[in-house]
Design a protein around this ligand. Structure first.
Ligand code: SAM
Length: 279
């Protein structure tokens, strides 16, 4: 019986072509096929490395169908490397469906360590926490985005988010509204010519981003809030504390207090309406 092939998960550079491991280069040369998110994009990398392995496309919209076809090839003994456009496949990139199918079909999966914007940004953030939460991309709809951001308010861990150049300002703006002016870290264009690392509060990062023309790709890391910062025993005191010490809206303050103390949001909202404009 013919031995089954191996599915290799191969990270590729996120900006600097030198950031590919010796093992990744060898595997890309040795496998029978490379399944790539965008074959034209990967072709450029392969040309640069002098690799002639045939490519086949494996992209988000066709993950299940293509995945099944690739599994058949693996079963017939072909060794296949999975790559995405940049960084580690299946991390906010296509790949997880194929990898899941490989496990389900008893195919040997071999992941190679390598470049990822997430670990590169975290390593440079200098944040002394024992862990982190990785959110990847937030949904594009504002309501869904703010729902997720609101659910992260009480995280004890820094929250890492991927964002595209088009939406980075609105992400910073929404984060400022929801989290208040927390400390954060913004990594832009990692490993590229205009790489920039900024550690500042969200307000400062927003100002700088708005005034910067060279946008690029971003990883935003938002620090947890300071636990004993909020002062107030009663709901009234809490409302007044948030009013005077945060940039949250009346509605968001009500939401926050209601979830903190486990009471009805509309009750807090009614109280806040009465107190908001009082001296
Ligand atoms: N699989 C990739 C990885 O392992 O990092 C992530 C792919 S995801 C489609 C692309 C997002 O990753 C970008 O929008 C940005 O948020 C982040 N990213 C990728 N390259 C980056 C870079 N050089 N600098 C900063 N962020 C980057």
């Amino acid at each position: 019986m013919q031995a089954e092939g191996i599915l290799y998960i191969v990270p590729t550079p996120i900006g600097n072509l030198e950031d590919i491991t010796l093992r990744a280069v060898r595997i890309l040369k040795e496998v029978d096929l490379i399944a790539a998110e965008d074959t034209r994009h990967t072709k450029k990398l392969l040309n640069h490395l002098g690799i002639r392995t045939p490519l086949l496309s494996y992209y988000r919209e066709k993950e299940a169908q293509r995945g099944a076809e690739i599994i058949d090839m693996l079963k017939s003994g072909k060794n296949i490397a999975l790559v995405s456009d940049a960084g580690t496949p299946a991390i906010s990139d296509p790949g997880s469906v194929l990898v899941g199918l490989a496990h389900d079909n008893g195919i040997n999966v071999t992941p190679l360590p390598g470049a990822s914007a997430l670990t590169t940004a975290l390593s440079a953030a200098g944040l002394d926490y024992t862990g982190f939460l990785f959110i990847g991309f937030l949904p594009s709809k504002k309501g869904q985005r703010s729902k997720i951001l609101n659910s992260l308010i009480h995280s004890d861990y820094p929250v890492a988010i991927y964002e595209s150049p088009r939406r980075i300002s609105s992400l910073l703006n929404e984060s400022l509204e929801i989290f208040g002016n927390r400390q954060a870290f913004l990594a832009r264009e990692l490993s590229k010519r205009f790489e920039e690392l900024q550690r500042a509060d969200l307000g400062t990062l927003l100002e700088k981003t708005l005034s910067c023309k060279n946008r690029g790709e971003f990883v935003l890391i938002i620090c947890p809030g300071i636990k004993d910062e909020v002062k107030g025993e009663t709901v009234e005191e809490l409302i007044l504390w948030y009013r005077d010490n945060s940039k949250l809206s009346l509605k968001d303050v009500s939401k926050r207090i209601a979830s903190d103390i486990g009471t009805s949001r509309s009750q807090v909202y009614q109280m806040a309406l009465k107190l908001w404009n009082k001296q």
